[in-house]
Design a protein around this ligand. Structure first.
Ligand SMILES: Cc1ncc(COP(=O)(O)O)c(C=O)c1O
Length: 545
């Protein structure tokens, strides 16, 4: 029995969170395995099954001994493979209410060691079924973040080595493999050698770093040295559709939300360059200091594409930093035939592309590239004595000097493994497949009299709503607007509750908009078809209600 935060006790057996859409996987204890080859691989587990503590736990010092670790690692590998093989049996959203899960875990940490087998059994029972299944092939919400097999293997090895890439000295191969894989990606994306870079945890961090570079580049001020006090307000320009991480970066950098100018977009949700130029003019006239333009290639809602080439002209003329947020869509620059949306991004000062969105890399990995690494370094470099490498004979990358944090994960390892496993051609084939799936879905929506597509589909995300034909031509009448919002909210809820596919929404021109974002490495045509069938069925039912 286990104490819960409420002081209740729960039986050891699985507490099945009720609901027909939440079938629990068998509460089988993965340790010891009994079936054939697994048993052989795991070795003789007779004295280390559930309930048994290993030597290190009994002795009270040192880590798990290598043989216990080996057996546990085999059991974990089986859990991982079983999960990936069977992920479709789960409802994508677990059928739980807030607090349901916390109650099933003890409020206090165990005083005494617990057998690994028991911990893994609880993982299987309490953790695995109650995650939102990002690895499910019908995960179409937000942007996918799917972990490929070789990427996951890389994560396992990263965790084993704890290769901290903060200094070259603290992990030479982590630093140099990062340089190598950054070069592979840069060349793959068709960007010139002038771009240097590194991996961060997220696009939010990459944009923060890019915009810190922008702030550092403002003539007449040294933001990292002197701070912002006494300087006029800095201004950053991003479209109304730019991701909130841009505003968050401004909040963090002392520029503030007030310093972030959201520029209106045109009919296709692209930044209006005339409005941008007017905003820059107004800001200069008011004594503020324009600092950076953010061009988004693949905005989060409609996946629109800002006119980066024109924005690069304006940035050049105005002496501003150009940051390109291609967190989602940047992956498609691997396809030479799909580079048109990227025209001008080679003129950017900094760029972000997220491998953990559409390059099949397990969270986390964001690629940050810059043509002005010395400015970025000036924004973040601070080397206390203990981090100086005294015997250094030649210049190396100490990547911590370019980032807010010191310790850095060895993300290049998983990138290297998955790029070798798939090859660039393998990556391209998968991206092309996703683009084709999205194009076919857009065709089906266009052919459906009761649906309406709400944005172009430049990549793999389709924005639409259910719009019964009887409302065609009357969409802007206030009552019809409200009715369509209600209908699509109910539709989203009905589809997601079933757990067979998972969609998310946005608002475009103040219309509740459904999104199907294709990007999971496991998605096939049948999953997209299922999503469309579920939408049509619920759409028709709700429209009649
Ligand atoms: C265009 C864009 N930029 C930035 C982000 C933030 O990504 P991350 O979660 O890696 O910070 C997102 C997230 O969806 C995005 O769509």
């Amino acid at each position: 029995m286990t104490d819960t935060p409420e002081g209740n006790t729960t039986p050891e057996g699985p507490r099945t969170v009720p609901g027909p859409s939440n079938p629990q996987p068998p509460a089988e204890v993965p340790w010891p395995r009994t079936a054939g080859d697994r048993e052989a691989r795991a070795g003789d587990l007779s004295d280390s099954g559930p309930g048994a503590l290993d030597e290190a736990q009994l002795s009270g010092h040192g880590d798990m001994d290598p043989e216990s670790f080996r057996r546990a690692a085999h059991a974990v590998a089986d859990l991982m493979a079983d999960y990936l093989a069977g992920v479709e049996r789960f409802p994508i959203l677990p059928d739980v209410e807030p607090g349901d899960l916390r109650r099933q875990f003890p409020a206090a940490a165990p005083e005494q060691p617990e057998p690994v087998g028991d911990v893994l059994a609880d993982y299987r029972r309490l953790v695995e079924p109650n995650i939102t299944h990002w690895q499910h092939p019908a995960f179409f919400a937000y942007f996918a973040s799917s972990g490929s097999g070789p990427g996951i293997l890389g994560e396992m090895l990263m965790a084993t080595l704890v290769g901290n890439a903060m200094l070259w000295r603290t992990s030479p191969v982590a630093t140099e493999l990062e340089e190598v894989t950054i070069g592979w990606l840069r060349r793959g994306l068709g960007l010139p050698e002038a771009f240097d870079g590194f991996f961060t945890d997220s696009a939010s961090t990459s944009s923060l770093i890019g915009l810190a570079g922008a702030r550092q580049s403002v003539p007449g001020m040294d933001a990292s040295g002197d701070g912002l006090a006494g300087h006029p307000g800095l201004r950053i320009y991003a479209s109304a559709e730019a991701h909130s991480s841009i505003e968050k970066a401004a909040m963090t950098l002392g520029i503030g939300r007030a310093g972030t100018r959201r520029i209106p977009t045109d009919a296709e949700y692209r930044m209006d360059t005339a409005a941008l130029e007017a905003a820059i003019r107004d800001d200069r006239a008011a004594g503020n200091v324009p600092c950076a333009i953010v061009s988004t290639i693949g905005t989060t809602g409609p996946t629109s594409v800002d006119p980066t080439d024109e924005l690069a002209d304006i940035a050049e003329r105005e002496g501003l930093w150009l940051h390109v947020d291609a967190a989602y869509a940047g992956a498609t620059a691997l396809l030479p035939e799909r580079r048109a949306p990227f025209a001008g991004w080679d003129r950017a000062d900094s760029i972000v592309v997220n491998p953990h969105k559409w390059l099949f890399t397990p969270l986390d990995a964001s690629l940050f590239l810059t043509r002005r690494s010395e400015v970025v370094r000036a924004a973040f470099s601070l080397v206390p004595e203990y981090l100086r490498t005294l015997d250094r004979v030649r210049d190396v990358h100490d990547f911590n000097e370019y980032t807010p944090q010191l310790g850095r994960r060895f993300r290049a390892l998983k990138m290297w493994m998955l790029l070798r496993y798939f090859g660039l051609e393998g990556m391209r084939a998968r991206l092309r497949e996703h683009l084709a799936l999205a194009a076919r879905l857009a065709d089906r929506i266009d052919a459906e009299p009761d649906a309406e597509r709400l944005a172009p589909v430049p990549f793999s995300t389709v924005c639409f709503r259910w719009r019964p034909a009887r409302f065609a031509g009357r969409e802007d009448e206030p009552e019809v607007r409200a009715e369509l919002d209600r209908l699509n909210t109910a539709l989203l809820d009905a589809v997601n509750r079933e757990g067979r596919v998972f969609l998310s929404h946005t608002r475009l021109r103040d219309r509740l908009t459904l999104r199907i974002a294709i990007g999971s490495i496991r998605t096939e045509e049948r999953h997209v078809t299922l999503a469309w069938e579920r939408i049509c069925e619920h759409g028709r039912r709700l429209a009649q209600a």
